[in-house]
Design a protein around this ligand. Structure first.
Ligand code: F6R
Ligand code: MG
Ligand code: MG
Length: 388
């Protein structure tokens, strides 16, 4: 069995929240090379998407392993030191705890991990996004593993025809549910169509009984109780031979679907598929970006990554994203460009609201149900309500 882990964190941005500094990448690579030499990792590579630094690692320790997680935590501490030395923006932003304890759950960094028996040929695609949230993978995963208009194999490959099981997390109430598709298709959509709360955590094949996809499902705002930046997600998808083909896995990103994130984590904007070199949000801290590195895993080794979304066939999706961005930007601070109050994660607005509380007056001829001067929490994000 081999475990593929992507562990990522924003440990400081160059410039602002737009990218990771080359010296941070260099520092992370030094640690990863040492971990390979020491035998902790079978293989490891370092990459970045926007201001998030990601470690792509193979090892034999399984998922949620304390040693692997602590290794990643220590790498992020080291890249935070680089960020502090260079005065990078938001140094150590995603490290929400002073100390590591057991595993990374609840500590800030995001991770997607999958453990599998390596097939004779093992094509895997690792996705990285910036300026959005884990629910951004819901729509693409649905299309890859449940939509026959996207994935021809669901109709004409006997191993795929039986369908896939989706494991969905409720991030607000910390519970999970498995949907067996195609039977549970409509129920699945009922939930994952609300990606701020319900997030696909993993997908597995029914006929092969093997894991097919894994996502990072942390939400920093839920962990920290206040806005601390979007928990830009990562995802692993295995491809081919009874799983969706590489082209079926990439196809959903031609939509440039709308996600929550972008400026101040508080706006809807299109998810733009890009080459690794273009994974640097710029305009209005966006548009949110997704990049994809493909690997042919062999004996646990990652080999040379292929920049899957660099292809010219995604040019039109990039153009769509730019056009949708133009249209949404014209709404300025109005919904639906700005997120609805319940999903808004920028809690400073609540503080501003307090200043106006005394100025609200009852409507003429209507007896208010509570003292008008009491601030009614309208701008308090539901999830951060206890910490203002
Ligand atoms: C979004 C993000 C940025 C910041 C924005 C303001 O995930 O990280 O859009 O929210 O640049 O940043 P501060 O408040 O740090 O000046
Ligand atoms: Mg950031
Ligand atoms: Mg980021």
């Amino acid at each position: 069995m081999v475990t593929l882990s992507i562990i990522k964190a924003d440990t400081g941005g160059w410039v602002g929240h737009s990218a990771v500094h080359p010296e941070q990448l260099e520092e992370a690579r030094r640690h990863v090379d040492k971990a390979k030499a020491d035998g902790l990792l079978v293989d490891g590579q370092v990459t970045s998407c926007g201001d998030d630094l990601a470690l792509v690692m193979t090892h034999g320790h399984g998922v949620d392993d304390p040693v692997i997680h602590e290794f990643a935590w220590n790498v992020f501490l080291a890249t935070t030191d680089v960020a502090k030395r260079l005065g990078l923006y938001g140094a150590g932003q995603d490290l929400l705890s002073d100390a590591f304890s057991g595993n990374l759950r609840g500590l800030g960094p995001g991770y997607a991990e999958i453990e599998f028996d390596e097939r004779p040929s093992e094509p895997v695609i690792c996705f990285f996004a910036d300026k959005t949230e884990p629910g951004a993978w819901n729509l693409p995963l649905y299309k890859m593993f449940a939509d026959p208009f996207n994935t021809a194999g669901l109709v004409i490959d006997k191993n795929m025809h039986t369908g896939f099981v989706f494991e969905v997390y409720d991030l607000f109430e910390n519970k999970r549910l498995e949907f067996t598709c195609p039977e549970d298709l409509y129920d699945l959509l009922m939930y994952i169509g609300a990606p701020a709360r319900y997030v696909v955590h993993g997908v597995r094949s029914r006929s092969l009984g093997i894991p097919a996809a894994a996502t990072s499902t942390q939400r920093l705002s839920l962990i920290a109780g206040k806005y601390v930046g979007k928990d830009d997600p990562v995802m692993i998808v295995r491809c081919q031979s009874g799983l969706p083909a590489v082209g079926e896995v990439l196809e959903p990103f031609t939509i440039a679907h709308t996600v929550a994130g972008c400026m101040r984590g508080s706006h809807h904007a299109p998810l733009m598929p890009v080459a690794a070199a273009d994974a640097t949000p710029a305009r209005f801290d966006g548009p949110p970006r997704v990049m994809a590195l493909g690997f042919q895993v062999k004996d646990g080794k990652l080999g040379i990554p292929r920049d899957m979304l660099a292809d010219v066939s995604f040019d039109r999706a990039r153009q769509t994203a730019n056009e949708v961005m133009d249209y949404l930007r014209r709404h300025g601070p109005f919904e639906p460009h700005r997120l609805p109050l319940d999903d808004l994660e920028y809690t400073t607005m609540h503080e501003l609201e307090g200043r106006l509380a005394e100025r609200w007056e009852p409507l003429p001829g209507v007896t208010p149900t509570k003292p008008v001067s009491a601030a009614d929490d309208a701008f308090a994000p539901r999830i951060g309500r206890s910490v203002h």
